[in-house]
Design a protein around this ligand. Structure first.
Ligand code: ISL
Ligand code: CA
Length: 557
């Protein structure tokens, strides 16, 4: 864990390794590809790279199913490539954050293979096994990716738990030997010089001793798991132990991915008298566009919900991660902005809305180019296990194929997983071979080469915002206060440090709007520090007229 001051300065960039840069033209991004792009990342200004899992894996869930925690998947390179990446990144002042996926392993992990063999060997209790009930699954618990969360194994005449796919059996954290094995994995990577861990699904590691049946809503076969499983009773005991055993006294930035965690629960992870993690990824604002079928519903977010969530979390925690996109989410410009006429304006606005909030910003690869959803025309073009399962589930529930595909197009996790668009050559400069997933059709218009030469580009705007954040203490240490909480078009807030203030105004609508600043601000002393319509609104005014998706930041001394 880092000193408080150190950690606050970080700007993290998530790399979806298989889609970032392919160095050997086999169609899959790799570690040497990342090395080739370090200059780009340095120029962008980010200080830490979170790499999605690069370990040995059968790739059922794109590497989130790990079969060996201490081996690099050969599709990505070797441990020597990894060491070289760490060394070269460090030389540029950039750290490396590993994805630690320890809620589950792959079913091809040696631990699981041994665990399946019998109920009385060293690995028998590394996973969660239960006896059949009435000749069937122990409970009606469902998996996140669809179907039952229990799978039968005849050699043990028992079921094992898998919250995700059946190829991802859940680990049993009650077993101290399992916990020690995980701590050893963490030490191994720390010894390779890494600077951080992003802990996958960490809110789910403490399972109940007794699993129960949950009431089912009409027509649904399996119960959602979160209510009984997230933030379980032993969770903080395990994370304290992990801190004492592995992280204490080390300069490691930690962020826990915590599905289904409230603000009160979040505070426990960040308890400063007994630290566990530096920050968490909360999900509340990711649920703003959930509907009848949960995430896979044809629903657009409401700004009022997004603002409410931002403001509440800012209010509830003095520091946390700030994000809108990642490899599990649609593209931010398609989801929260406008991917058509105002693509560039709204991509910039979303950048300001996140990078200027209080907390550690996480930028997802390609968002700095304003990359959009992929809108593939057929379900066969999608690779993600969740996308495919949910598509079939929607159809089984009676939806027509057209509508199901439409929902997949707006919500699929593959939206963020298409190759980085570096230039307008075939396959967008990502590779010269057919890539593992198709390139977005718009790569000739949206790519790094176009962005690079344009001082008004989305990329240039990100570079500017990052510079401002680094050079203005107020953007890091300043308090956060929401402004105009009831405005339905504008997300506005103030950062404050001593007498200095920065006012940030972000329009989330595709038309001109009038904005009335509350009258307690001394608008006379303001100066614009950055905005996405350079010539508009050069001063803060009591009444302002904002262009579509306009964003401005003003300082008041
Ligand atoms: O994306 C989700 C739903 O659509 C989340 O529920 C997601 O599955 C959850 O946040 C956990 O995500 C992480 O663990 C998964 C993996 O598939 C995701 O890519 C990862 O970010 C299982 O390891
Ligand atoms: Ca490759």
């Amino acid at each position: 864990m880092m000193s408080n001051q150190g950690k606050k300065k970080e700007i993290v960039y998530e790399i979806y390794v298989q889609s970032f840069q392919d160095s050997n033209n086999d169609g899959i991004g790799d570690l040497r590809g990342i090395i080739q792009r370090l200059d780009y990342l340095q120029k962008l200004g980010v200080t830490m790279l979170w790499l999605t899992p690069i370990y040995q894996s059968p790739m059922v869930d794109n590497g989130y199913d790990i079969s060996d925690y201490q081996t690099i998947n050969p599709i990505y390179g070797t441990i020597d490539d990894f060491d070289l990446l760490v060394q070269k990144a460090h030389r540029r002042g950039i750290g490396i954050m590993m994805d630690l996926v320890v809620n589950h392993t792959s079913d091809k992990h040696i631990w699981f293979k041994k665990s399946c063999q019998s109920a009385n060997n060293e690995y028998s209790d590394f996973y969660i096994w239960q006896n059949p009930v009435n000749g069937g699954a122990p409970t009606n618990l469902g998996s996140v990716f669809g179907g039952s969360a229990w799978e039968y194994v005849s050699s043990r005449n028992q079921y094992y738990l898998h919250l995700f796919s059946k190829q991802q059996p859940d680990l049993n954290w009650r077993n101290p030997n399992l916990r020690n094995a995980i701590y050893n994995v963490m030490r191994f990577w720390i010894n390779h010089g890494i600077d951080g861990f992003r802990m996958d699904s960490i809110s789910l590691i403490s399972k109940p001793k007794h699993f129960i049946n949950m009431p089912l809503s009409h027509g649904v076969k399996y119960a959602p798991y979160y209510r009984e499983i997230a933030n379980g009773s032993q969770l903080h005991k395990y994370l304290h132990e992990m801190f004492d055993e592995v992280l204490k006294g080390k300069s490691i930035l930690t962020v826990g991915e915590t599905p289904h965690t409230s603000i009160e629960q979040a505070q426990k992870y960040l308890n400063h008298s007994y630290p566990e993690l530096d920050m968490i990824f909360q999900f509340e604002h990711m649920h703003c566009d959930y509907g009848e079928y949960g995430r896979y519903s044809d629903v657009r977010f409401k700004l009022s919900d997004l603002k409410k969530s931002f403001n509440q979390w800012q209010n509830g925690l003095s520091w946390n991660s700030i994000y809108l996109g990642n490899h599990d989410q649609p593209r931010i410009v398609s989801r929260f902005g406008d991917e058509h006429i105002y693509r560039e304006k709204s991509a910039k606005m979303l950048a300001m809305a996140t990078l200027f909030q209080r907390g550690t910003p996480f930028i997802y690869q390609g968002d700095e180019l304003g990359m959009t959803n992929c809108n593939f025309k057929s379900i066969d073009d999608y690779h993600d296990i969740e996308t495919r399962n949910k598509y079939h589930e929607l159809i089984e529930n009676g939806m027509d194929k057209h509508q199901a595909l439409k929902i997949i197009q707006i919500k699929s996790r593959d939206n963020g997983r298409t190759p980085m668009q570096w230039n307008d050559s075939k396959y967008a400069g990502f590779t010269t071979h057919k890539p593992w997933i198709s390139v977005n059709k718009n790569f000739q218009k949206i790519n790094e080469q176009c962005e690079e030469v344009d001082s008004e580009s989305v990329l240039s705007f990100y570079q500017e915002l990052i510079k401002l954040r680094k050079n203005n203490k107020i953007l890091i240490d300043g308090d956060f206060e929401p402004i105009s909480v009831n405005d339905s078009a504008i997300f506005a807030f103030m950062r404050k440090l001593g007498k200095q203030m920065i006012i940030v105004i972000c329009s989330f609508v595709d038309k001109k709007v009038q904005y009335n600043l509350p009258n307690n601000f001394k608008v006379e002393n303001s100066a614009k520090i950055i905005g996405n319509y350079a010539l508009k609104n050069s001063k803060l005014k009591q009444t302002m007229y904002l262009e579509p998706y306009e964003c401005d930041a003003f300082s008041i001394d």
